[in-house]
Design a protein around this ligand. Structure first.
Ligand code: SF4
Ligand code: SF4
Length: 432
């Protein structure tokens, strides 16, 4: 592969890496999200739609499950309790008073979580109007993910009026046919244009099921054609037949080619593996200390369930798991990165860069760290497609703002990741 513009490929000795090692040595190292001065590592697919992510330890994501009820039956839904009640207005207010007073954080991201949160509109509206009625101790953003079908009439008008201080994120699974298969034939019940008009910068969440996988590229093009950027991920907790691996590889190639032809769009996560993280630990043992959790579950994120108790994130709440979550919290220190590293990934070139969801891991294996290995071939296809996409963009970077704006140091990281992925995975991925 040829890289234009004289990228220095002697990256292993490059001052960037030495500088990063020194930075590690100079800073105290801990789990959780980025701390000032430590190499920033972000971007992974989240069952929670990435609301748990922040590079700023001083910003706390607070999930409040305002209802477990939902009006749809999506085929991959992991919430088994759909009618266990709702939090009262007073209880939500008391949670917010408590969280706003937490001196460890400078900002809150308040996620009114469901079920379908619009079913708890009569809780959300008075709580927000109370919140907005006077100055609070710190800045906050109100947010909810919705299936969109109930954003109509008075609910829609309220969100229109408050769109600058309450953001809605839409779940949309691709074309009408894909969405309808996954999400209870609900495509035509959503005013998609309303979401585009009100929150043009908010990403749409696309979940891929085994049935919709063969049309992933069409689905992604469809969502971009509405004017949205998107996050996409394979649904967790489903069975993924091995005969879909080659299909996925070919779809990912189409997705990469779409982004090469449409440089105005940011590539979505399934072709946007964090190549900079690949193989870092082989450069210097100190890089192992840069490992951090993939998400904010349990630290700094907190999730309040309808019973009023708090959990590391929604996946540990009783609506999602039948496990004794209190013992999970006692057993596992969510601030200690050692509890989140899967020893079975050692030796894989993607170790350290591979996405995961600790809640789903716990669901499936009873540990936070054990990743479902039936997903490995799919993840390798994603990393391989990413290496193709970024290799092509770096070779023609004047055309692609997303790489043209990278620092030289980041370009070096990408080049190194591309080389490792191409060398280690080409035979395996092309053989599927
Ligand atoms: S592809 Fe599989 S073995 Fe490799 S890091 Fe990811 S989960 Fe671990
Ligand atoms: S463990 Fe929770 S916070 Fe982390 S990715 Fe999964 S759903 Fe999101």
């Amino acid at each position: 592969m040829e890289f234009a513009d004289g990228i220095d490929k002697s990256y292993v000795q490059h001052p960037y890496w030495l500088q990063q090692v020194n930075q590690v040595k100079e800073n105290s190292i801990g789990g959780g999200h980025g701390k000032p001065g430590i190499l920033s590592i972000t971007n992974m697919p989240h069952q929670c739609g990435e609301k748990c992510m922040t590079n700023n330890m001083r910003k706390k994501p607070v999930q409040i499950t305002v209802t477990e009820k939902c009006n749809l039956k999506c085929i991959y839904c992991y919430e088994h309790a759909k009618d266990c009640g709702s939090l009262t207005i007073d209880k939500v207010k008391s949670i917010l008073v408590h969280e706003l007073a937490d001196p460890r954080f400078d900002e809150l991201e308040i996620d009114f979580h469901g079920g379908e949160p619009a079913l708890a509109f009569d809780v959300i509206k008075p709580v927000c109007e109370w919140l907005w009625s006077e100055p609070r101790e710190k800045p906050y953003l109100c947010f909810a993910s919705t299936n969109g079908t109930l954003i109509q009439g008075r609910i829609k008008e309220w969100f229109r009026k408050n769109a600058k201080r309450f953001w809605l994120s839409l779940s949309l699974d691709g074309t009408r046919e894909m969405h309808n298969f996954n999400r209870s034939s609900s495509y035509d019940a959503i005013d998609i244009g309303f979401f585009r008009e009100m929150w043009p910068k908010q990403t749409v969440k696309m979940t891929i099921s085994p049935h919709t996988l063969p049309n992933v590229a069409e689905g992604i093009k469809h969502i971009h054609s509405w004017g949205f950027e998107l996050t996409a991920n394979l649904a967790h907790g489903m069975s993924w037949p091995s005969d879909l691996i080659g299909v996925y590889r070919d779809e990912l190639n189409k997705v990469a080619d779409f982004y090469l032809s449409n440089p105005q769009h940011k590539p979505c996560r399934i072709v946007n593996f964090d190549l900079k993280k690949i193989g870092m630990e082989s450069l210097h043992p100190e890089f192992r200390k840069l490992r951090r959790k993939w998400c904010g579950s349990g630290d700094p994120m907190i999730c309040y369930a309808v019973n009023g108790n708090s959990y590391p994130c929604q996946l540990f709440a009783p609506s999602s798991t039948s496990a004794n979550v209190d013992s999970v919290a006692e057993r596992w220190d969510f601030t200690d990165i050692k509890n989140f590293i899967d020893p079975n990934c050692k030796g894989c070139c993607l170790d350290g860069a591979c996405p995961t969801c600790y809640g789903m891991n716990y669901f499936e294996s009873g540990t936070l760290h054990t990743r479902p290995k039936d997903m490995c071939p799919f993840l390798k296809c994603e990393a391989f497609a990413t290496s193709y996409l970024y290799g092509m963009m770096l070779a023609n970077k004047a055309r692609y703002p997303i790489v043209a704006e990278l620092s030289d140091a980041d370009k070096l990281g990408y080049v190194r990741g591309i080389e490792i992925v191409q060398r280690e995975l080409a035979d395996e991925v092309m053989g599927y």
